[in-house]
Design a protein around this ligand. Sequence first.
Ligand SMILES: [Zn+2]
Length: 80
Amino acid sequence: MVDTSRIEPPACPRCGQTGRPVLIGLPDPEAFRAAEQGLLVLGGCVEEEDSPHWVCGAGHGWRGSDELLWAAISAAVDAG
Ligand SMILES: [Zn+2]
């Protein structure tokens, strides 16, 4: 069980900025609102093999653990 109130987004491995989670799939209205607030990034409907899970402000993308990604997405949606 992940405590979504204490998610620490991973830092970009290239520049060190805090990452934002990328939501793959059809976003619901809450996810749209979170994206408008910059809490998450909408990644499109289809996940490709090299789709990033996280992006930073400089546009770098990288992949990480699914568990942390989904926890961060739910936290962002809840906050939005
Ligand atoms: Zn970066």
